[in-house]
Design a protein around this ligand. Structure first.
Ligand SMILES: Nc1ncnc2c1ncn2[C@@H]1O[C@H](COP(=O)(O)OP(=O)(O)O)[C@@H](O)[C@H]1O
Ligand SMILES: N[C@@H](CCC(=O)OP(=O)(O)O)C(=O)O
Length: 266
C-alpha cells in the first residue's frame, strides 16, 4: 500500500505558470483563475499563510494587444509585461475581493534578493503581509529585469523565483502548478509511453536529461527550470509538488496527501 503524503504546510508558496492562466489561443482561462482565487482564499481561511507567485503578465499583455506570437525584442516583451501585469492584478483583485481576500502586488528582481539589505526589507514586508492575512502575489519586475526575458540566463524565470521566495519566507512546501500532470521520465508530449514519477528524492543526471528542452508557446521555462527549482528546494530540505493547474482546486487534494503530481522531497 502506498502511504499518504503528509504536510504540515502552515506556510505555502504556490506558483502558477502562464499556461495555467492563459489558453493556447491567448484568451484568459477564467475557470482556472477563479478556482485558484477560491482555493487560496480557502487555505488562508483555514489559518495557513500563502504566497502566490504568478506568471502571466506577458501572456495577458499579448491578449490585450492582440498578439499571437511572443515578440523577440526584449523591449516589446517588457512593454507587454507592463500592460499585462496591471491587467493580471486587476483580475486577481476582482476575484479575490469576491471571496473577501486581500492581496498585495510584490514585484521582485534577482538583485533585490541577492543584496542582504533589500532581501531583509523584502522579507520584512512579506512577513507583515502574511501576518495580516494578505496573499502577496509575486512576479518578476519584468520592466527592469532582462535576465528572465532574454531566456539566456535562466535564473530570473518564475519557477526559480518561486523557489527563492519559498526559501526567503522559509516555506516548507512549494506547489508548482503547470500544464502537465507532473514530471515524467521523458516528455509526455513527445512520447506516449512516458511514465509519471510520484516522488523524486534527488535530482541526478537521468532526471535532468528527462526534463530537457523548452515548454509551451506562452510559458518560458519548460521542465529544466522546474527541476532547478526542485533542486534548490531539496537542498534546503523543503518540498516541492509539481501538479497540473488546469483545476487549481487540486491544491486541496495535494495538501490532503492524495498521490497526485510529482513530489520532490528527500
Ligand atoms: N519530462 C517531462 N515531464 C513533463 N513535462 C515535460 C518533460 N519534459 C519537457 N516537458 C514540457 O514542459 C512543459 C511545462 O513547462 P512550461 O510550458 O514552461 O509550463 P509553465 O507555463 O507551467 O511554466 C510541459 O508541458 C512539457 O511540454
Ligand atoms: N514574468 C513573466 C513570466 C515568466 C515565466 O516564468 O513564465 P512561466 O514559464 O509561464 O512561469 C510574466 O509574468 O509573463
Amino acid at each position: 500500500m502506498v502511504s499518504k503524503r503528509q504536510f504540515k504546510a502552515e506556510r505555502i508558496v504556490v506558483k502558477v505558470g502562464t499556461s495555467t492562466l492563459v489558453h493556447e489561443n491567448g484568451k484568459l482561462n477564467l475557470k482556472a483563475l477563479d478556482q485558484l482565487c477560491y482555493t487560496l482564499t480557502g487555505l488562508v481561511n483555514e489559518g495557513r499563510e500563502v504566497v502566490l507567485v504568478s506568471s502571466g503578465a506577458i501572456g495577458v499583455g499579448m491578449g490585450r494587444v492582440g498578439l499571437h506570437e511572443r515578440p523577440q525584442a526584449i523591449s516589446a516583451q517588457q512593454a507587454l509585461a507592463a500592460i499585462g501585469q496591471s491587467g493580471l492584478m486587476a483580475l486577481y483583485q476582482q476575484r479575490f475581493t469576491l471571496y473577501g481576500q486581500r492581496i498585495a502586488q510584490v514585484l521582485l528582481t534577482h538583485d533585490v534578493l541577492a543584496y542582504p539589505t533589500s532581501r531583509q526589507n523584502t522579507l520584512n514586508s512579506l512577513e507583515r503581509l502574511l501576518q495580516w492575512g494578505v496573499i502577496p502575489i509575486v512576479n518578476e519586475n519584468d520592466v527592469v529585469a532582462v535576465d528572465e526575458l532574454d531566456h539566456k540566463t535562466k535564473f530570473g524565470d518564475n519557477d526559480q523565483l518561486s523557489a527563492s521566495v519559498a526559501s526567503l519566507v522559509d516555506a516548507e512546501l512549494l506547489i508548482m502548478l503547470s500544464d502537465i500532470d507532473g514530471f515524467y521520465d521523458k516528455n509526455p508530449r513527445k512520447f506516449t509511453d512516458a511514465k509519471l514519477y510520484q516522488r523524486i528524492r534527488a535530482i541526478d543526471e537521468k532526471i535532468l536529461e528527462a526534463g530537457g528542452g523548452q515548454g509551451t508557446k506562452f510559458g518560458t521555462g519548460g521542465m529544466a527550470t522546474k527541476l532547478k527549482a526542485a533542486q534548490r528546494m531539496l537542498a534546503e530540505d523543503r518540498m516541492m509538488l509539481l501538479a497540473n493547474g488546469k483545476e487549481p482546486m487540486i491544491i486541496d487534494e495535494l495538501l490532503a496527501g492524495e498521490p497526485l503530481g510529482t513530489l520532490f522531497a528527500k
